[in-house]
Design a protein around this ligand. Structure first.
Ligand SMILES: Cc1cc2nc3c(=O)[nH]c(=O)nc-3n(C[C@H](O)[C@H](O)[C@H](O)COP(=O)(O)OP(=O)(O)OC[C@H]3O[C@@H](n4cnc5c(N)ncnc54)[C@H](O)[C@@H]3O)c2cc1C
Length: 310
């Protein structure tokens, strides 16, 4: 860890002193000082699994990562049988493993859709095995204690986006009934651009220490849209009612072009869109496909993790 930085707020950093850390994150062992002109900090890897969480897929807490990971089988199939999750979402295991897992998942999805066993590419299976073993070795070599707020002072900024300090979070958490969700509403921690990516694990760890309950699917901030902040320029253009010279609203015509024409579903789409009754007839009375082993997300969806925790 970086134990000490020397420099000037205007001209920048000049010297950094680094030290090892013990299991509690306290600096230990020999210190080494370096002359530097920049300092980059690594906060570890955090899986981005908000979409899988929003769908209600089961997740487990990975203590080594300090984060939830999506629970999957070897092909990437989640606890919802029609949802697959591959790559970092189900645990950070590197680019090559993610790529190989994509091929395994593709074969599993094809087997499901074609209702016959599609064998995954043998090279992909070998690559998945080899790269998983490699990643486990690498992660073992570089294993480090997961640091959240062990070294924080009251004025340490916990939420960088909204400049919320450790003291402010602690105060908001002092209420017996508080949760990371309520702390978010009181302090704005987690409401900024990164949407709690960095402060979320800190609040969850603080909550775990305070309550003594182990971290699980319902401990932290609930996933909610938009999963990633999007610029407002991406929202659909606002439709204005055109006005005549006299100032009265007039009806849009096809000649007004798509931006001003009323938003209607084309007649052909109406004709091809199945009605609810038609879907139920095709799927059986319960609205599910009759093929064994397949279901829609909605029909098997567990109660979402966001219930009551926004
Ligand atoms: C700094 C750094 C260094 C790394 N170094 C290595 C290394 O040396 N070797 C190694 O093996 N691995 C390395 N990794 C890890 C590796 O990058 C990941 O394990 C790998 O990329 C995981 O693949 P993925 O498909 O899960 O995710 P990604 O490669 O991140 O792909 C996810 C894609 O989904 C897109 N996306 C996200 N959200 C949405 C959304 N809502 N809608 C549409 N698209 C969306 C993203 O834009 C992205 O293109 C490194 C990672 C980092 C951050």
């Amino acid at each position: 860890m970086i134990e000490r930085l020397e420099g000037d707020p205007v001209t920048g950093v000049r010297r950094a002193t680094v030290a090892g850390v013990d299991a509690e994150g306290r600096p230990t062992g020999r210190r080494r000082a370096f002359d530097v002109d920049a300092v980059c900090l690594g906060y570890g890897f955090l899986p981005s699994n908000d979409l899988a969480r929003s769908l209600g897929c089961a997740h487990d807490f990975d203590a080594a990562l300090g984060s939830l990971v999506t629970r999957t089988d070897a092909t990437g199939r989640t606890s919802i049988p029609t949802v697959w999750s591959i790559g970092d979402s189900a645990g950070v295991r590197g680019a090559k493993f993610a790529q190989a897992q994509g091929a395994l998942a593709a074969a599993a999805v094809a087997s499901e859709l074609l209702e016959r066993h599609v064998l995954p590419d043998a090279a992909a299976r070998r690559a998945a095995r080899r790269n998983l073993a490699f990643q486990r070795g690498v992660q073992g070599m570089f294993a480090a204690p997961v640091l959240t707020d062990q070294l924080a002072e009251p004025e340490t900024v916990v939420c960088r986006c909204e400049s919320v300090t450790h003291a402010e979070v602690s105060e908001a958490m002092s209420d017996r009934t508080s949760s990371p969700g309520s702390v978010k509403r009181i302090t704005r921690a987690g409401m900024g651009k990164c949407q709690g990516r960095y402060c979320g694990p800190v609040l969850t760890a603080m909550q775990e220490r305070r309550t003594g309950s182990p971290i699980g699917e319902r401990s932290g901030f609930a996933p909610q849209a938009p999963v990633k902040p999007v610029p407002s320029s991406m929202s659909p253009p606002r439709r204005r009612t055109p006005r005549s010279a006299s100032g009265r609203a007039c009806r849009a015509t096809a000649a007004d072009g798509p931006a001003r024409a009323p938003c209607v579903v084309p007649a052909r789409a109406h004709a091809t869109m199945p009605t609810r009754a038609a879907v139920q007839k095709r799927s059986g009375a319960n609205g599910r496909r009759s093929t064994p082993g397949s279901s829609s997300c909605a029909s098997r969806r567990a109660p979402g993790p966001s219930a009551g925790r926004r």
